[in-house]
Ligand binder design. Structure first.
Ligand code: HEM
Length: 442
C-alpha cells in the first residue's frame, strides 16, 4: 500500500512510471566482457562507502596522521581494521578492473566512432583513479608513503621553469615535507578527485545509455541482448555480490599496507624494500631505467627524472587518448560502428596493444630491479641495460609477432564468423576398409 502510494505520488509529480518502465525494458548485451566495466563501478562504490567511514577515524594533520592510521591497522579494533583493509584492496582492484575493462574496449574496437569521446572520458578516469590511489597511499605518513612522496616532489621540481613553484604548491611549503602536505593530500583524496571521478562517471554512463551499447552480434540495425529486468538486473547484482565477497576475503586473509611494520616517515630514512602500489610501479621502473645525464635546454638544466617521471607518462597518456583518431587515420576507417570486432580481425590493434602491454609489464618488473638482481646473482648495471634494450626491442618483436598471429587467424576465419565445420562421412566398405562419402543435405 505504502509502496503503491509513494509510486503514485512520485509518478504524478515526475512522470516516473514511464521512465522506470523504459529503464526496466532497456536491452543489455549478453556477453561476459560487458560486466568488466561494472566491476570497476562496484569497486568505486565500495571505495566511496568505506572512504566516508574512514574520514571519521583519520586525523588529517602531518603530526597525527600516522598514529590515527596505526589505530585503524590494529586487528584488535576489527571494524576499523576491516574497513581500512577493504578500502585499500578496493583501490588496487579498482585500477585493475579499469585496465581490464579498457582492454576489452581497445581490443574489440568499442572506442570507434561514435564512442571516441567516451573512450577519452574513460582514460581521464583512469588517470584520476591512479592519482587518487597515490594520494590515499600517501596519507598515513608512514615510511613507505613518505618515500614515494619525496620521489613525486623531485619529479615536480624537475619541470622546466615552473618546477620549484609546482613542487612548493604541492607540498604546501618551501621544502619537503611542507607544513601543508597532508592537508593538501587529504583535500585532493577526499574531495576533489572522487568528485571529479564521480562527475566523469556520470557522463560516461550517460553516454553508454545515450549512444547504446556495442554488441558482438553482427546486426547493426537492432540492439540484441537481455532486458534489464529481470535478466540483467539479477546478473549485475550477482557481480556486485562477487565484488563484495572477493573484497571481504582479501581484507580478512591478506593484510595490505601494514603501516606498523614501516614506522612513521623520517626524512633521513629510505627503506630498502620501498615499493608503490602495483599500478604506480611502472613509473618507479621508468625512473630506475631512465638516463642519468642532465640536459641543458636554452641554458636551463633539465634534471634526469623529468623524462621518465613526466614525459613518458604524459606521452603514453596522450597517445592512448588520441588512439581512436590515430587508428581511424591509419586504417582510413571513419565509419560508425556499433558491432564489435573480435581482436583477431585487426592485426594493427593487436600489435599496438601487445607492444604497450609488454612495455607496461617490463617497467613494472623493473621497479624491483634491485631485488631481481640480488635473486638472480647478476650485477644491477647489467640488468638495467638488459631492461633498457628490451624496452625498445621487446615491443617491436612482441608487437610484430602478435600482429602476425592475428593476421594468420584472420586469414583462416572469413569475415562473418567461423566456416562450417568440415564433415567427413566414413562408410564401411565390403573389403573391411572405409570410404569417404559426401554428407547428405538436411
Ligand atoms: C572509473 C572507471 C570506469 C568505470 C566505472 C566504467 C564503467 C563502464 C560501464 C559500466 C560501461 C557499460 C558496460 C560495458 O560496456 O562494459 C562502460 C562502457 C564503456 N567504457 Fe567504461 N568505465 C570506466 C573506465 C573506462 C576507461 C578507462 C575506458 C577507456 C579508456 C572506458 C571506455 C568505455 C567505452 C568506450 C564504453 C562503451 C563501450 C560499449 O558500448 O561497448 N571506460 N564503462
Amino acid at each position: 500500500m505504502i509502496v503503491r502510494r509513494t509510486a503514485a505520488w512520485l509518478d504524478e509529480r515526475f512522470g516516473s512510471n514511464a521512465l522506470l518502465h523504459a529503464a526496466l525494458k532497456k536491452i543489455y548485451p549478453d556477453h561476459w566482457s560487458f560486466y568488466l566495466g561494472e566491476f570497476a563501478l562496484y569497486f568505486f562504490m565500495v571505495l566511496v562507502a568505506t572512504g566516508v567511514w574512514l574520514t571519521f577515524a583519520f586525523d588529517a594533520s602531518s603530526e597525527n596522521a600516522y598514529v590515527s592510521v596505526l589505530a585503524l591497522a590494529d586487528r584488535h579494533h576489527p571494524i576499523g581494521y576491516v574497513i581500512r583493509q577493504i578500502h585499500h584492496w578496493a583501490a588496487v582492484c579498482f585500477v585493475a578492473a579499469i585496465l581490464v575493462h579498457m582492454g576489452r574496449i581497445f581490443f574489440t574496437g568499442a572506442f570507434r566512432r561514435p564512442r571516441e569521446l567516451n573512450w577519452m572520458v574513460g582514460l581521464c578516469m583512469l588517470a584520476l583513479a591512479s592519482f587518487t590511489g597515490f594520494t590515499g597511499y600517501s596519507l598515513p605518513n608512514d615510511g613507505l608513503s613518505g618515500t614515494g612522496l619525496r620521489i613525486a616532489y623531485s619529479v615536480a621540481l624537475s619541470i622546466p621553469l615552473i618546477g620549484r613553484w609546482a613542487a612548493n604548491v604541492f607540498v604546501g611549503g618551501d621544502d619537503f615535507p611542507g607544513a601543508q602536505l597532508t592537508t593538501h593530500l587529504y583535500t585532493l583524496h577526499v574531495y576533489f578527485l572522487p568528485v571529479a571521478i564521480g562527475a566523469l562517471l556520470g557522463l560516461h554512463l550517460f553516454l553508454v545509455i545515450y549512444q547504446k551499447h556495442t554488441q558482438f552480434v553482427p546486426d547493426p540495425e537492432h540492439v540484441v541482448g537481455r532486458r534489464f529486468w529481470p535478466d540483467y538486473a539479477l546478473r549485475t547484482l550477482a557481480a556486485l555480490g562477487a565484488t563484495l565477497a572477493v573484497l571481504a576475503l582479501l581484507a580478512t586473509f591478506f593484510e595490505i599496507n601494514p603501516v606498523a611494520d614501516y614506522g612513521p616517515y623520517r626524512t633521513w630514512i629510505v627503506m630498502n624494500g620501498a615499493v608503490p602500489d602495483w599500478y604506480a610501479a611502472f613509473l618507479e621502473g621508468a625512473l630506475r631505467l631512465g638516463p642519468s645525464t642532465e640536459l641543458r635546454i636554452a641554458g636551463h638544466p633539465i634534471p634526469p627524472v623529468f623524462w621518465p617521471g613526466l614525459v613518458l607518462p604524459t606521452v603514453t597518456f596522450l597517445f592512448l587518448l588520441l588512439w581512436p583518431i590515430i587508428e581511424a587515420r591509419l586504417t582510413g576507417d571513419r565509419a560508425a560502428h556499433d558491432v564489435l570486432e573480435p581482436p583477431s580481425r585487426v592485426p594493427l590493434r593487436v600489435g599496438v596493444g601487445a607492444a604497450l602491454i609488454f612495455d607496461g609489464l617490463l617497467l613494472t618488473i623493473a621497479a624491483g630491479d634491485d631485488q631481481t638482481a640480488a635473486t638472480l646473482h647478476v650485477r644491477l648495471d647489467t640488468l638495467v641495460w638488459a631492461y633498457r634494450i628490451l624496452l625498445f626491442a621487446g615491443p617491436l618483436l612482441v608487437g610484430v609477432l602478435a600482429a602476425r598471429i592475428a593476421a594468420e587467424m584472420r586469414a583462416r576465419v572469413p569475415a562473418g564468423g567461423a566456416p562450417p565445420p568440415d564433415v567427413v562421412m566414413l562408410v564401411r566398405n565390403d573389403r573391411g576398409g572405409y570410404d569417404e562419402e559426401e554428407p547428405q543435405a538436411g
